[in-house]
Design a protein around this ligand. Sequence first.
Ligand code: ADP
Ligand code: MG
Length: 271
Amino acid sequence: MLATEALCFSWQQDQPALCDLTLDFSRGRVTGIIGANGCGKSTLFMNLLGLQRPQSGRVLWQGEPLRYDKASLLALRQRLVLVFQEPDHQLFYTDIDSDIAFALRNLGMAESVIQGRLEQALALVGAGSFRHQPIQYLSHGQKKRVAIAGALVMQSDYLLLDEPTAGLDPQGRAAMIEIIKRISDQGRHVIVASHDIDLIYHICDYIYVMAQGRLLAQGSERDVFLQSALLARAGLSQPWLVKAHTRLGMPLVKTEQELFDIVGQSQEMPL
Ligand SMILES: Nc1ncnc2c1ncn2[C@@H]1O[C@H](COP(=O)(O)OP(=O)(O)O)[C@@H](O)[C@H]1O
Ligand SMILES: [Mg+2]
């Protein structure tokens, strides 16, 4: 449904930020875009949303080239919603409910429908304990959750998360992983751009590896992350669970818990 074909984009002449990208975001439930800082992840998101327009190649939406007239872009941005890296770029009101409901009120939706969606979104991100606090007093992690709730109320087909774990403490990071899983369980496509390699390994089922605006590799999380030389070329290292597998011969698992479960079981086995 969402794809790119030989997409090239430059911010400045003769300095391509994205080069020949052919990507298909319907391959995975949770698609990861990984690459070092400056490799073009956020720029790609801007092209997907029609905020920037490729100089050559194209974005495909529902099998058709993206149309850039106002009405088409408005329709697209109800089906494809971006959560920025910095929540302060997304939150404008001082109270959470108004902020989250803003886009829906703009669309002229009935207040009863808005309230229903609001409750659902706030429950999904676990915002109950701080719902009535002014936004400016929330922690960075809490603001991120509110920004995600603001995107969720759109009930879009695709949710684009730019560096969702940046600036979060371990507890906030674990909560974010849980939130992304819940969103994906609802049947929505999620696209996560990040250099948090352990996060991507944990939650994604299809990965694109980028370096300097180009596609370096793609495949399932196991295919991609077993290739340590390739990751090094992208300025990345292997997830620690994959390192434990390749260097220490531990079983290849997706989560810490899985590993501890297996190791725990084998210790309990009689000699
Ligand atoms: N608004 C902008 N104007 C000019 N250059 C930009 C702009 N945003 C990003 N770039 C440049 O485009 C390249 C890709 O940046 P970006 O998409 O932000 O990478 P990432 O999100 O992977 O860190 C970088 O060289 C960056 O300096
Ligand atoms: Mg970025």
